[in-house]
Design a protein around this ligand. Structure first.
Ligand SMILES: *[C@@H]1O[C@H](CO)[C@@H](O)[C@H](O)[C@H]1NC(C)=O
Length: 204
């Protein structure tokens, strides 16, 4: 894969998140302007620390956000530790990573601004920072999401793309959440692959 290809993938990812966010027009970029003015710097620092320890974490944090958003929207329901939680659904179990990083970010954010910032917003900012810190583009993250109180494990099992799905089913599952074929390629392949390879210094 050429380097330019991976950047093409990045721009598709950008379009992908814009689509998700556009569907939630009540979100705004400066939601925490007075209640938690340092939110962006805190998340950036924690993501940077995590990537320094393990570069692959950048791809993992993006995937965490993507797998959260696919089920009932970007509501952090993937983080819930209940036995019927989404994190234990087939497409997530033993493959979604980064929960410890999100916990660290949340702890730092809570000590600066207790009880203000949603985990869903933290995951969204962390995904953006992961792409940016890996050499990809940046975008403004709209904020003001509310965290889910319940998970939807059956929704995760049926809605998320699985390694056992054929291509037609994967395309259909993306279409179900308003995403097109380019989004399928960029999220399933280019970006994750590019980040993964980069983290092991393979030739892209
Ligand atoms: C769970 O997710 C599925 C698939 O996305 C959806 O059809 C269903 O309405 C969701 N259930 C609840 C209770 O949100």
């Amino acid at each position: 894969m050429k380097k330019s290809d991976s950047f093409y993938g990045y721009s598709l990812i950008l379009a992908f998140f814009m689509l998700f966010l556009a569907a939630r027009s009540q979100l705004i970029t400066d939601f925490y302007k007075t209640s938690c003015p340092n939110i962006m710097a805190i998340v950036r620092r924690e993501v940077q620390n995590a990537i320094k320890i393990e570069m692959r974490m950048a791809a993992s944090l993006l995937r965490l956000h993507f797998h959260d958003c696919f089920v009932n929207g970007c509501d952090a329901s993937i983080l819930l530790d209940v036995s019927d939680g989404e994190k234990f659904a087939g497409p997530n179990l033993n493959s979604v990573r980064g929960f410890d990083v999100v916990d660290n970010i949340k702890t730092s954010v809570e000590s600066a601004c207790p009880g203000v910032v949603s985990c869903a917003d933290i995951v969204a900012i962390a995904a953006r920072d992961s792409v940016l810190l890996s050499g990809g583009p940046t975008w403004k993250v709209l904020l003001g999401r509310r965290d889910a109180l319940v998970a939807n494990q059956s929704g995760a099992n049926t809605g998320l793309p699985s390694p056992f799905d054929n291509l037609g089913n994967i395309i259909l599952k993306f279409a179900n959440v308003g995403l097109n074929l380019k989004d399928v390629v960029s999220l399933s392949d280019s970006l994750i692959d590019a980040l993964y390879r980069r983290s092991y210094n393979w030739t892209i």
